[in-house]
Ligand binder design. Sequence first.
Ligand code: SF4
Length: 190
Amino acid sequence: MVEINLNRRQFLKLSGATAATLAVVELGFNEKKAYASTKEFKISKSTVTPTICCYCGVGCGILVHTKDNTVVYTEGDPDNPINEGKLCSKGTTLRQLYTSEKRLTKPLYRAPGSSKWEEKDWEWMYDTIAKRVKETRDKTFVATENGMTVNKTEAIASLGGAALDNEECYLLAKMMRGLGVTYIEHQARI
Ligand code: SF4
């Protein structure tokens, strides 16, 4: 004979659990069915991509969960040393950048003096920006000043954003210095 040693508390717990199980079985409840119909977590089987919050210069790390070609969830990245998984209220709502009806999906252009925005394609935008940068630089380039070589233009400025990473900032600064741009600033410093 096997002897079971239970104290009062363990006995009450065990008899309560046994009664509950018997009641469930008596009522004809099929626990296998219930388990099968349990709702799946929205982030189960999602692809997780680490990124940086684009809202401010703190640059918190965010994990973006995607499934079936859509963003299902965003959360703070616990492995990111900047925020260690925490996010401010703005960063917490980052997914709305993707889901908002107001999200812009095409470039908009407003001609000088116009009050209307027009939709343009990316090729037109790239060509127009490149053309205007070249025209402005050619018109305003100063090679020497007070007998010194300066090779600069003060008619163009560059403003970086928090979403730019190290490599992008490096390339941007290199391109701007190559053009002779002296006004190089970053949103995080303003
Ligand atoms: S989560 Fe908040 S504090 Fe962090 S980068 Fe985004 S806006 Fe800035």
